[in-house]
Design a protein around this ligand. Sequence first.
Ligand code: FES
Length: 139
Amino acid sequence: MDDDRRITALSEVPTEGTLLFTIRDGTELGEAILTKLDDGTVVAFRNYCQHWTDVRLDKGSGALVRNGDIVCQKHGATFGQETGYCDFGPCEGATLDKVDVEVDDDAVYLADDTFRFEHLGPSGEQDLSSGSRIDFTGT
Ligand code: FES
């Protein structure tokens, strides 16, 4: 595996939470999250909700993972930790955007050729969701 694509040690990926990292798509920076399933499989998704795509699931200290679901704390949508499929909430039926990763020799690597690995942690972009926008539910 290419060292430039090494994200972190396998042991650093939480099962009841997520680990945030920054990726590059051409000139654009973006964020993704790693999480480990109970069977040890590691999956990754882009770090935004499917309801409002400017809302980050992991704001830097790990997304809420509860009963095998990644929970968006803005309006409570739940996404299956394995599939990213939303089975509850305002974006029910949508799926988180997956990022391909691979585990090799106790490390996790970015396997998705669309992106380059930049660094662990946030991209430095602001969460745009903290304003006073009101959606159709009045929240
Ligand atoms: S922004 Fe995630 S559920 Fe509304």
